[in-house]
Design a protein around this ligand. Structure first.
Ligand SMILES: [Zn+2]
Length: 123
């Protein structure tokens, strides 16, 4: 593997997508998904064995940029769940930035850190 790109998150996602396609194909009887899954596996192996490391890194960064909004949304949902007993999460009415405040304080005045908007919120 010396000089080869190796494994990364995109390869793992490609293999998992390929496995998911095989599973879906088996469950619902879509035989066409099996050769489609091979495309994912072959691309993952190609990326792993490639010596063109800058190109593979460019693909990885494009993929990370693509999934960044999804990761951000999942992190917010995780935070909301973890702090559901102590904090209330809400969005700024102007810029839609997520904000949080301790629960049980009644009506509070909130100032958004991002846009500076002042508003009243019941928490
Ligand atoms: Zn705001």
């Amino acid at each position: 593997m010396y000089g080869r790109y190796g494994n990364d998150l995109l390869n793992a996602v490609l293999v998992i997508c390929g496995m998911a396609l095989v599973l879906i194909g088996q469950i619902f009887g879509f035989i066409i998904l099996l050769p489609v899954s091979y495309v994912f596996y072959i691309f993952a192996i190609f990326r792993m064995l490639s010596k063109n490391i800058p190109a593979r890194q460019k693909e990885l960064f494009a993929f990370l940029k693509l999934i960044a909004p999804v990761k951000s949304r999942l992190k917010i949902q995780k935070d909301i769940w973890q702090h559901r007993n102590t904090h209330k999460y809400f969005r700024c009415p102007e810029c839609k930035q997520w904000l949080r405040a301790p629960k049980g304080r009644g009506k509070i005045q909130v100032k958004c850190q991002k846009c500076g908007n002042d508003f009243i919120k019941k928490v």
